[in-house]
Design a protein around this ligand. Structure first.
Ligand code: C3B
Length: 828
């Protein structure tokens, strides 16, 4: 045992005086600047260091308690974490936001100015990455022993600019000034192998053993990001891996005297963690991507096994002490890697290892889109990960044996279920590997899980119905209400107290006041103030003036054909034409935000045409305040938290059957926006929760979409019957909105008239009818306020805390372990 003074933790004070002291000291000791000359950025860093020393203290207390209590831990493996800014969130969750504000003021610094200096940590594309960030925050808030693993990308999601109409991508150099939140762990490094070949060792009595030889080696080094729970002392950890060259990478070239080549090779091996692939819901199929996936999975599993053994557990206890969640198929190679570690490195028998692996893993599917389903050519897998290819063959062999016994002679079924797709040039189906290697598979909304069972995983569902569960997504109220919408948070506090911050179902206490005229007025005042805040930001970013007294109609999400930004755009063009023709239309601001994958030409074309239409509409004196159209540039977490509280209407208009869940729909509804939506993803559950009168549902159902496709859609026939829609399409394709080449939009016209793969034309009439219902309600301010208040009151189910409890109870079998106050050495 070490002496008490060695094991003692510092116990830093959290009052204004103590914080001021820490911040002032940090300017000198950490930033290395004279407080007399410190810049705002120096103060920001000093503040971050003062917070992080408090976070790490609680992190260590949390870790000690988890070890003492023998807890089961969950590890969340995700290629993406879309965290956003950390300073304010950490201050809030640590419970020191207000004392820190005062301490900074005492030092002559305005906290809000400082908060605005921070870059977003954008290590994700969209919904999937943001969900991962919400889940980590909730795990800590509810006191669950839960850890994230991912990649420390040097460049996150690209920064989007318009030049002037089309999207241009700029690198997101988010680490350029260093990062005060991370703890580099130079002692936590694991070797990661690629390429080489497998050698078999036959043992006369016993199983054949395999070694993976030669090839290349890269090191994965850990960077830790403490994650604080709100209103609790628990601080969990997000561990991100960075690639580092091994020391002997260069021997060969150094010996040959080729110094430059040797150093260039070092840089090459470090590219693994260099950049996030900016693709949302499309598989990339590049060798570097496979290497990224394996890199972080292998490092994470080695680390998990190390910790498990260091805590004194044996490997047979793995499923009792460890749950591993695969966030989509991106980490699915984990199934083969854990087998390799258990069988080749720890010398377990194959059958024992397989039993442990399957009971440890669970897999979340986030999409049914065929182009998002990852498959790797067998040839590529054999070259990059030869041992894993062998393991996958063995897993597949054992699995298909089982299927053969269950369905003798059904070869079609075998081919459909096989982990290897023999039809398309032999490919490894990662989703199949994930399902076979997991004890639970979940979809992310009720409809999505149902469709998984009926379509993508139908054969698996028939085989193992007990493996399939639904866990509907959620969002964290700490970021998406308390931080994003302080004015509504304040109002809620006055009316119903603050319990909802921990238990979002308590928002229901608002329901009885929905017709209260005072509350309605206060609610509308809050919304208006939030619209003014957004209008200021829009003016700053785009120069466009918005009138906060008209409806703000918002569609913010990745640009994708199935999400149907074109449907909203046709509505804008239709309204514009009618205004020019002297018709009286309800005034609105239409705001789009979102990025297109750089290689997704159709999505980039959609951005361009929206920008072109916006430019004409916003400058036409005949229009004035009746219609404004804005494409908000570089939509990210920090701008989402300004846009969402200002929305009156939330556009959730994907083609039914395509949006797995959506989470923006939840954030907007929670902030009092009314949804115009299809019966898709979680919209259905939102409708069930808020009631028909607080949502504008329209369009084909998922079944009708299938039916419509089967009948052979005919957009031209529909256009012939809808003169307004036909006129809008014509206006676009005729080049009305483009200044340079009028032919540029001819292609878009052809696309809508002849292809229309996501049924924008077929759903248009129903869509505009839903918009008109919204306009009518909006004109009645009392009725609108009531509906919006009820909407807020009934969104409790969509808290990420409920989502995380569902995972904990149905999948992980873990329980909360709140850190006891006594453990904090008496600290508040
Ligand atoms: C998204 C889906 O498109 C959303 O419907 C869903 O709400 C979120 O995941 C979270 O579950 N998704 C994504 O952002 N990236 C993918 N590769 C696949 C799905």
């Amino acid at each position: 045992m070490a002496a008490p003074e060695v094991t003692h933790l510092p116990n830093l004070p959290n009052d204004v005086e103590g914080l001021r002291q820490s911040i002032r000291d940090a300017v000198v000791r950490v930033v290395g600047e004279d407080p007399r000359q410190a810049t705002e950025r120096d103060w920001m860093e000093a503040l971050a260091f003062a917070i992080r020393e408090r976070m790490v203290e609680r992190r260590l207390l949390t870790r000690r308690q988890f070890a003492d209590e023998d807890v089961k831990r969950v590890y969340y493996l995700s290629m993406e974490y879309l965290i956003g800014r950390m300073l304010e969130a950490n201050l809030r969750n640590m419970g020191i936001l207000e004392p820190a504000r005062q301490a900074m003021a005492d030092l002559g610094v305005n906290l809000d100015t400082i908060l605005d200096l921070e870059d977003d940590a954008a290590l994700g594309n969209g919904g999937l990455g943001r969900l991962a960030a919400c889940i980590l925050e909730s795990l800590a808030t509810q006191g669950y022993p839960g850890y994230g693993y991912g990649i420390r990308y040097e460049f996150g999601m690209f920064r989007q600019e318009f030049e002037p109409y089309h999207q241009v991508e700029h690198p997101d150099n988010w680490l350029r000034y260093g990062n005060p939140w991370e703890f580099p762990r130079s002692d936590r490094k694991y070797p990661i192998h690629f390429y080489g070949h497998v050698v078999e060792h036959h043992h006369p009595r016993g199983e054949t053993r395999y070694t993976w030889e030669n090839g290349e080696e890269v090191l994965a080094m850990a960077y830790d990001y403490p994650t604080a729970g709100y209103g609790r002392r628990n601080v969990n950890n997000l561990r991100l891996w960075a690639a580092k060259a091994t020391r002997d990478f260069d021997l060969r070239y150094f010996n040959e005297g080729d110094y430059i080549r040797a150093v260039a090779d070092k840089a090459e091996s470090e590219t693994i963690s260099m950049v996030l692939y900016p693709n949302d819901a499309t598989a990339i199929g590049k060798e570097l991507r496979l290497k990224q996936e394996y890199f972080f999975v292998s490092a994470s599993l080695q680390d998990i096994l190390d910790r498990h053994l260091a805590l004194g557990y044996n490997l047979d206890a793995l499923p009792d002490k460890v749950a591993i969640q695969l966030n989509d198929t991106h980490p699915a190679i984990a199934v083969a890697e854990l087998m390799r570690l258990l069988v080749d490195c720890h010398e377990l028998s194959w059958d024992r290892a397989w039993d442990l692996a399957r009971r440890t893993f669970a897999y979340t599917n986030h999409t049914l889109m065929p182009e998002a389903l990852e498959t790797w050519p067998v040839e590529l897998m054999e070259r990059v990960l030869p041992r894993h290819m062998g393991i996958i063959y063995q897993i597949n062999h054992d699995f298909l044996e089982q299927v053969r016994h269950r369905y003798p002679g059904d070869n079609d079924r075998l081919a459909r279920l096989s982990i290897i797709d023999e039809q398309n040039g032999r490919r490894v189906r990662m989703a199949h590997l994930a399902v076979v290697g997991s004890h639970r598979v979940n979809g992310v909304a009720a409809l999505h899980t149902q469709l998984l069972q009926e379509t993508l995983f139908e054969d698996f569902y028939n085989l193992w119905p007990e493996r399939f569960v639904n866990v509907t997504n959620g969002v964290t109220p700490r970021l998406w209400m308390i931080q994003a919408n302080p004015a509504l948070t304040e109002l809620l506090g006055q009316r119903i107290g603050n319990d909802w911050q921990y238990d979002l179902d308590r928002l229901r206490a608002l329901e009885p006041y929905a017709h209260d005229a005072d509350l309605q007025k206060a609610f509308l005042d809050v919304k208006r103030a939030n619209k003014v805040r957004l209008a200021n930001l829009v003016r700053e970013r785009t120069g466009v003036e918005l009138n906060p007294d008209v409806m703000f109609d918002v569609q913010i999400k990745r640009i994708h054909e199935y999400k149907r930004q074109l449907l909203k755009l046709l509505h804008v063009v239709d309204l514009y034409r009618r205004i020019r023709a002297g018709e009286d239309v309800a005034p609105r601001v239409v705001l789009f935000g979102g990025k297109a994958a750089p290689g997704y030409a159709r999505a980039k074309g959609i951005i361009q045409v929206i920008n072109e239409v916006a430019d004409i509409v916003n400058h036409d004196p005949a229009v004035g305040d009746r219609l404004k159209c804005v494409f908000f540039p570089n939509y990210e977490v920090s701008s989402a938290s300004i846009i969402i509280p200002a929305a009156d209407v939330s556009e959730q208009i994907s083609t039914a059957g395509f949006e797995a869940s959506g989470t923006g729909n939840m954030k907007l509804a929670l902030n009092g926006a009314l949804t115009i939506g299809t019966l898709d993803g979680a919209n259905i559950e939102i409708r069930d929760a808020v009631g028909e009168e607080s949502i504008f549902i329209f369009g084909m159902t998922a079944d009708e979409v299938v039916e419509h496709r089967r009948n052979g859609p005919n957009p031209e026939a529909i256009l012939a019957q809808q003169p307004n829609l036909a006129a809008a399409v014509e206006m676009i394709e005729s080049g009305f909105f483009t200044c340079d080449d009028p032919g540029t939009h001819g292609d878009l016209g052809r696309y809508l008239r002849h292809e229309d793969p996501f049924f924008v034309i077929a759903d248009y009439a129903a869509y505009t009818e839903a918009c008109e219902r919204a306009d009518t309600l909006y004109a009645d301010r009392t009725a609108w306020a009531e509906a919006a208040i009820l909407n807020v009151a009934r969104m409790g189910y969509f808290s990420i805390d409920r989502t995380v409890r569902d995972y904990a109870n149905q999948i992980w079998d873990i329980i909360p372990e709140p850190v006891a106050p006594s453990r904090t050495n008496g600290a508040a």
